[in-house]
Design a protein around this ligand. Structure first.
Ligand code: NDP
Length: 402
C-alpha cells in the first residue's frame, strides 16, 4: 500500500521497524535510516531472520534538512516516522513540508541547550501543513500517545464531563543493571530532573522535582511509590478537554534509581551546559549517556511488567463516575516478539498504529494534531490486535483519592 521512512534506529525505532514489517500488507516498502547505519543494518538482518521481510537502510543526519529532503526524494515515502530524538522534530518537519510527505513523532520538540519541552514550536506549523494538504501527528507513542487516546475514549464513551485526570505510569520491570534508563538517557534525565508541574483550576502548579509522591496500586503489580512529574501530554489534554479541573502525571521510580540520580545531579553529571575538559567542550549529560547502557541493550534479561493508564473522575447522566483504562505489558514477552523491552515496545507499537491509521486514511487529516483530537476507537481496536491489550473498568473506587 505505501512506502514508509523510519528515522532513528534506537530502542523505539527497532520496535517500529519490526512492527511495520509484521504488517507488510500496509507498509509495503520500509526504509530505516539513522545517524549510524550499522544499527539500521543490524535491525534489518534481525527483521529478515524473524519475520522474513526485507527492509532498506540508509545513513542520515536528521539535523540537516537538505539531507533528509534528498533521502525522502530518493526513497519516495508517503510518511516519515520520526523516532530519533526530540531535537530532530523541527528539521524533519521542515524536510517533510519541503518534500511534500506526511510526518509523525513520539516526543515533542526540545532545544538542545534548554531543557524545555512544549508544543508551541510544533503547533506553529499547523497552517503550513494544512495549506500543503499534509498531516503531522505529534506524540504518538504511549505517553504521550496512547494515554491521550485513552482520555479521548473515556470522554467519548463514558463521560458527559471529565473533571479529574491522573495518568499513572509504572515500570515494575527488572533489567538487572545498577542504573539504566529505559529510553534515551539524555532525554529521560532532562525530563525527570525538571521541576514537577500539574494543572489545577486553570493554572499550572510548579513543585520541586519528585516532591509529591505516594504509593499507587497497579493492576497485577501491586502498590508502587509514584511521583508527580510534568509530562508533555498534559499541555494538549488540558487544552482539548477544558472541563478538567485537575490533570496530573505519576511515574514510579525505585529507591536505587533515585539515589543514583541524586548523586549524579549532586556531582554535576546531569548538567546540559558545556564544561572544558582537556581543552575540549563537553556536555556532562551527553558524556553520561555515552557510559550508560543503551535502551536497546536492556531487553535480553528484562523481567516484569509495565502498567500505564488513565484514571478519570467526572459525571455521566447526572451521576458521579470513575473510570480506569490501562494496558499492562511484559518485558520478556516483548523481547521474544521483537527483541525489544516493554518501554520501547509500548512506544513503538502505538507509533506503528498511528502510521497505519494515517496510511489507511482513517486518521488522515491535513494540519498538526495531537492524538486526542482524532477518533480513539480505531486506535484502541488496533492496540488490542497489535500486542497492547486494553483493559477498562467503570465505577470502581480508584486506587488513590482525588
Ligand atoms: P535511543 O537513544 O535508543 O535512539 C535514538 C536514535 O536516534 C538513535 O538511533 C540515534 O542514532 C538516532 N539519532 C539521534 N540523533 C540523530 C540525528 N541527528 N540524525 C539521525 N538519527 C539520529 O532512543 P529511544 O529509541 O529510546 O527513543 C526514541 C524517541 O522516542 C525519543 O524521542 C524519545 O523521547 C521517544 N520516546 C517516547 C515515548 C512515548 O511514550 N511517547 C517513550 C520513550 C521514548 P545513534 O545511534 O547514532 O545515536
Amino acid at each position: 500500500m505505501a512506502n514508509v521512512l523510519i528515522i532513528g534506529a534506537g530502542g523505539v525505532g527497532s520496535v517500529v521497524a519490526h512492527k511495520c514489517a509484521m504488517n507488510s500488507n500496509i507498509f509495503t516498502t520500509i526504509m530505516l535510516a539513522s545517524r549510524t547505519q550499522s544499527k539500521c543494518d543490524r535491525i534489518a538482518a534481525e527483521i529478515q531472520e524473524m519475520h522474513g521481510v526485507t527492509i532498506q537502510t540508509a545513513q542520515v543526519d536528521a539535523d540537516v534538512v537538505a539531507d533528509v529532503v534528498s533521502l525522502i526524494q530518493s526513497f519516495n515515502p508517503v510518511l516519515v516516522i520520526n523516532v530519533a530524538l526530540p531535537y530532530q522534530d523541527l528539521p524533519i518537519m521542515d524536510a517533510c513540508l519541503e518534500a511534500g510527505v506526511h510526518y509523525m513523532d513520539t516526543a515533542n520538540y526540545e532545544p538542545k541547550d534548554v531543557a524545555k519541552f512544549e508544543y508551541s514550536w510544533q503547533w506553529a506549523y499547523k497552517e503550513r501543513f494544512e495549506k500543503a494538504g499534509l498531516m503531522a501527528l505529534l506524540g504518538c507513542g504511549f505517553d504521550p500517545g496512547a494515554t491521550q487516546v485513552f482520555t479521548a475514549y473515556a470522554n467519548k464513551h463514558h463521560f458527559d464531563r471529565m473533571d479529574y485526570l491522573d495518568i499513572v505510569d509504572c515500570n515494575a520491570g527488572n533489567h538487572g543493571k545498577a542504573f539504566a534508563t529505559n529510553f534515551n538517557p539524555e532525554i529521560n534525565i532532562r525530563e525527570i530532573t525538571q521541576p514537577g508541574r500539574y494543572w489545577e483550576n486553570g493554572e499550572w502548579i510548579e513543585i520541586p522535582a519528585m516532591s509529591i509522591h505516594k504509593p499507587i496500586d497497579y493492576p497485577e503489580i501491586g502498590p508502587r511509590e509514584s511521583y508527580v512529574l510534568y509530562h508533555e501530554e498534559l499541555e494538549s489534554l488540558v487544552k482539548n478537554f477544558p472541563t478538567l479541573k485537575r490533570a496530573r502525571f505519576w511515574m514510579t521510580f525505585g529507591q536505587a534509581y533515585l539515589t543514583h540520580l541524586e548523586v549524579l545531579q549532586n556531582v554535576g553529571m546531569t548538567r546540559i551546559d558545556p564544561v572544558k575538559f582537556n581543552g575540549m567542550d563537553i556536555v556532562p549529560l551527553e558524556f553520561l549517556k555515552a557510559v550508560l547502557p543503551a535502551p536497546d541493550t536492556l531487553g535480553e534479561n528484562y523481567t516484569g511488567q509495565t502498567s500505564i493508564g488513565c484514571q478519570i473522575k467526572g459525571v455521566k447522566d447526572g451521576a458521579d463516575r470513575t473510570y480506569y483504562i490501562w494496558n499492562n505489558c511484559d518485558h520478556a514477552e516483548t523481547y521474544r516478539e521483537v527483541r525489544g523491552q516493554a518501554v520501547s515496545y509500548t512506544t513503538g507499537v502505538p507509533a506503528m498504529i498511528g502510521a497505519m491509521l494515517i496510511l489507511t486514511g482513517v486518521w488522515l487529516k491535513p494540519g498538526v494534531w495531537n492524538c486526542e483530537e482524532l477518533d480513539p476507537d480505531p486506535f484502541i481496536e488496533q492496540m488490542n490486535k497489535q500486542g497492547l491489550p486494553v483493559n477498562d473498568r467503570v465505577d470502581v473506587p480508584l486506587p488513590h483519592e482525588y
